[in-house]
Design a protein around this ligand. Structure first.
Ligand SMILES: Nc1ncnc2c1ncn2[C@@H]1O[C@H](COP(=O)(O)OP(=O)(O)OP(=O)(O)O)[C@@H](O)[C@H]1O
Ligand SMILES: [Mg+2]
Length: 262
């Protein structure tokens, strides 16, 4: 079902296609006629000044936007060619396929082990005790946390440092077996070392997952991005392969942003 878009000589597999998307909070138009394709199994970084609509755009990808009261949305968001806003779509399924790593770690009020097991449970395939044990280890390993927590799995998740909690949330999110990972400034509450941990996990995982990250940090964007979306006042100003956007932005606003003029 994937559509193929030509960007110069390259061929891009689009995992998400956004078509004529408008999003309103009450009467305020927060996203204005957004059209964009997000490449599969790459890291896309959404950038732009505060209030330009980055979080709003991200929330339209897993139907979290409609959880805010008095919102309205027109247009389409296609995941693997299917509009997730179609009437017969199972929203729970959408949110399983499109996982979210929040800005602040939000572990569930249960043990480290149960946080990950809960993620696996959401995926609701019948599992026995051994499968759960192996799964918890597996997801903690890929989130880069296993070494640190293997001897304290039954302690409450809140006993972990903030940076560890964020990796736990990543493990829990991956245990649901998503195809797409959204991150809304997922390292902004973390210290530099913990941020580095999360960044390196995201880079390791990108071959398996389509990843979309909002960040305010230009240096982080440069470290992570394969593809870049630049927004301004609810509009998509420019999008393209990271190398091209960073080295040769086409739009004056992007240039100014990259030069730190905002
Ligand atoms: N719950 C809400 N109710 C009303 N307006 C909102 C709500 N959330 C966001 N907005 C408005 O929508 C616009 C886009 O907000 P959004 O949070 O998407 O921006 P952002 O780019 O993520 O900003 P930041 O970098 O500060 O996180 C802003 O004008 C904001 O004030
Ligand atoms: Mg935001």
């Amino acid at each position: 079902m994937l559509r193929v878009t030509r960007y110069k000589e390259k061929i891009m597999d689009a995992h998400i296609q956004v078509k004529n998307l408008n999003a309103y909070y009450g009467k305020q138009l927060a996203l204005k006629d957004i059209n964009i394709e997000i490449p599969k199994n790459q890291i896309t970084v959404i950038m732009g000044p505060s209030g330009c609509g980055k979080t709003t755009l991200l929330k339209t990808f897993n139907r979290f936007f409609e959880l805010t009261e008095n919102t309205q949305l027109t247009g389409e968001v296609l995941v693997d060619g299917e509009n997730i806003y179609n009437k017969d779509i199972d929203v729970t399924e959408v949110r399983k396929i499109v996982g979210l790593l929040a800005q602040r770690p939000s572990p569930l009020p249960m043990s480290i082990y149960d946080n990950v097991a809960y993620g696996m449970h959401i995926h609701h395939m019948r599992k026995n005790r051994e499968e759960y044990k192996d799964g918890v280890k597996h997801y903690l390993e890929i989130a880069g946390l296993w070494e640190e927590v293997q001897n304290r799995l039954n302690e409450p998740a809140t006993s972990l440092s903030i940076g560890q909690q964020q990796r736990l949330c990543l493990a829990r999110g991956l245990a649901v077996e998503p195809e797409i990972i959204l991150g809304d400034e997922p390292t902004s509450a973390l210290d530099p070392i913990s941020s580095q941990h999360i960044e390196s996990r995201l880079l390791d995982l990108k071959k398996q997952y389509t990843t979309i990250i909002v960040t305010h940090t230009l240096r982080q964007a440069k470290r992570l991005a394969d593809y870049v979306i630049f927004m301004y006042l609810g509009e998509l100003i420019e999008a393209g392969p990271a190398k091209e956007v960073f080295s040769n932005p086409k739009h004056e606003r992007t240039k100014q942003y990259l030069e730190g003029l905002f």
